[in-house]
Design a protein around this ligand. Structure first.
Ligand code: C2E
Ligand code: CA
Ligand code: CA
Ligand code: CA
Length: 274
């Protein structure tokens, strides 16, 4: 493989993806990727600010492309959405995450929740609730150990969203609002939707040490969440200063490179079990 520049392979990959002919090829490849077993999940720990222990992991998809190597979701999730492939891929993610978490629990480590990102299409697909129920049944994972991350855009159809969220809550899974503060937020859905967690978007966290506005936004989100009985996870925590700030203002959980990048299941076991 042609390795130009200091990023070598990565540069080559993104150059290729900018080319529309290559994008067409990528679509053809994406259609085969599930059958060829080319997807995998990486896991990023979520740490309790009080205990310092792992209370969750977020499952993040990667595509091990036969020629291009590891491709990150920013490069193929849009394509998966445009082509509708996201439904099957998303179902694979839910299943794989439940299988993996059950495996960890069976190995005897302290149970934690596994968080899965839902795409908008998945959220509005009629069989979502049934599918989640079925996978929990088949894998034997207790529902409280599965968290579904949705974004503010999924609240657009208030009545429908409320119905789906209530059905998911009835099953017993956790619901988190991802990237909170970056989308269309309405206080009425925070009040009415059966939500368990708000995830403060990285864009706010990354500037809390330099920007007073972000300091105030983060403080306000934490206060708002706690007043509504919700827990807060800060994402993209990279520095000790950020961590200290988040601890001081009683953010419940943190996730970010400071503690760990997303890692493979094998790496996770190596790092956190013995
Ligand atoms: P997200 O849900 O906001 O996930 C967090 C992203 O931030 C991840 O990127 C993660 O690797 C990265 N990150 C975590 N900690 C840090 C940090 O401290 N600093 C920085 N700079 N970045 C950090 P990733 O894995 O590339 O995923 C990107 C996005 O792709 C995700 O954003 C999510 O929206 C989407 N995605 C990932 N997996 C899935 C999936 O299975 N299904 C769907 N529909 N979307 C997914
Ligand atoms: Ca997420
Ligand atoms: Ca996020
Ligand atoms: Ca984000």
């Amino acid at each position: 493989v042609k390795t130009h520049g200091k990023n070598g392979y990565a540069v080559y990959t993104s150059d290729m993806l900018n080319n529309s002919i290559e994008e067409l090829k990528l679509e053809t490849d994406l259609r085969k990727a599930l059958d060829n077993n080319e997807f995998l999940l990486h896991y990023q720990p979520q740490i309790c600010n009080k205990s310092g222990g792992i209370v969750g992991v977020e499952a993040l998809i990667r595509w091990n492309h036969p020629k291009l190597g590891l491709i990150y979701p920013d490069k193929f999730i849009n394509l998966a959405e445009e082509t509708g492939l996201i439904i099957q891929i998303g179902e694979w993610v839910i299943r794989q995450a439940c299988i993996q978490n059950k495996k960890w629990q069976n190995s005897g480590i302290k149970p934690f929740k596994i968080a899965v990102n839902l795409s908008t299409q998945q959220f509005f697909k009629l069989n979502l609730v049934e599918y989640v129920k079925k996978v929990l049944d088949q894998t034997g994972l207790a529902p409280e150990y599965l968290a579904l991350e949705i974004t503010e855009s999924m609240a657009m159809d208030f009545n429908y969203s409320l119905k789906v969220l209530r059905q998911l809550k009835d099953i017993g899974v956790c619901i988190s609002i991802d990237d909170f503060g970056t989308g269309y937020s309405s206080l009425s859905y925070l009040k009415n939707f059966p939500i368990d967690y708000l995830k403060i978007d990285r864009s706010f966290v990354s500037d809390i040490m330099v920007d007073d506005h972000d300091v105030n936004i983060v403080k306000a989100i934490i206060t708002l969440a706690h007043n509504l009985g919700l827990k807060v996870i800060a994402e993209g925590v990279e520095t000790k200063d950020q961590l200290h700030f988040l601890k001081k203002y009683k953010c419940d959980e943190i996730q970010g490179y400071l503690f760990s990048k997303p890692i493979s299941a094998e790496q996770f076991e190596e790092n956190y079990t013995n």
